[in-house]
Design a protein around this ligand. Structure first.
Ligand code: PAF
Length: 290
């Protein structure tokens, strides 16, 4: 597996792939890789001639400096896992390579990310999605991927990236991939490494509450289902719901009735101690988006 550190080297590598008419599958990551990431890489390997992975902890998508500081990093181990998964190359640039004029001085354009970027994570983490759009657009322009792979744990991120791709006129297929879970149901996340043993023990209650709420939702209103999930999770030591929104899976706007949309998703963010965990569950899902 090729390890690429500079934009110049990345551009010539991508040009050589393109010259050979090879399809490129891109998996953008921030490293600290787990089986969820590896499942995206394996999918990219299976679907494309070359799978390219980016590994960059993108400072401009962190609205909280402490969160950026504590974000887990394990580059050597990540490279090993990527090579085993069959990635052709990994692009792992320095912050200086991406922001040559310095973090604050490097100009950044403002993207049209639509309404989907204004709700939930957009409300709680001002500037987060503009930061995500900045790096993802840059990666798309540099890597010229045929397909790009994103995990459905970040359900809102996928919708926002689709909006960015549409507004920027970028020709790439966005491939959403299912959430991978630990045996006890906790959604795999790089942030799980930050949980204490006590926190790790209670964190699966987030998924259990969501999973149980599917049956509850069959005989209860959206509001009652919402409240039952929040009450159950908030009753667990270490856990505090930041938001739980039951939304239309297409627009990400809240629904009041189950019948309002063929695609209804519950999106949740929970603090487990200081660690911010996200998850989601589909209450209704049309066949074509399954
Ligand atoms: O989902 C992530 O890990 C990040 O938001 C992404 C897409 C790699 C951009 O930094």
């Amino acid at each position: 597996m090729l390890i690429i550190r500079t934009i110049a080297d990345l551009s010539s590598y991508v040009a050589s792939l393109r010259a050979d008419n090879r399809s490129i599958g891109l998996v953008p990551t921030m490293g600290a890789l787990h089986d969820g990431h590896i499942s995206l890489v394996k999918r990219a390997v299976a679907d494309n001639d070359s799978a390219l992975v980016s590994l960059f902890v993108n400072p401009v998508q962190f609205n909280n400096p402490a969160d950026l500081e504590s974000y887990p990093r394990s580059e050597e181990q990540d490279f090993k896992l990527l090579a085993e998964a069959g990635a052709a190359a990994v692009f792992a640039p320095s912050v200086e390579e991406i922001f040559p004029e310095g973090l604050d001085a490097s100009p950044r354009k403002s993207f049209d990310l639509g309404q989907a970027a204004e709700v939930m994570e957009g409300k709680m983490r001002p500037g987060h999605f503009q930061g995500v759009a900045f790096i993802v657009e840059k990666l798309f322009r540099l890597c010229l991927p045929t397909r790009a792979y994103f995990g459905e744990k970040d359900f809102q991120q996928i919708a926002v990236i689709r909006n960015m791709v549409r507004s920027e006129g970028i020709d790439v297929e966005i491939v959403p991939c299912p959430i991978l879970r630990a045996d006890d149901g906790l959604a795999l996340s790089s942030r799980n490494a930050l949980l204490s043993p006590e926190q790790r023990e209670v964190a699966p209650e987030i998924h259990r509450a969501l999973a149980d709420s599917i049956e509850y939702s069959l005989t209860h209103s959206v509001r009652a289902t919402h409240d039952s999930v929040v009450e159950r999770i908030d009753a667990v030591p270490h856990l505090k719901v930041e938001y739980f929104e039951i939304v239309d899976g297409r627009t990400l706007l809240p629904v009041d009735e189950w019948e309002e949309s063929p695609w209804v998703v519950g999106c949740i963010t929970v603090y487990c101690g200081d660690v911010r965990l996200i998850d989601n569950i589909a209450y209704r899902k049309p066949q074509e988006s399954a």
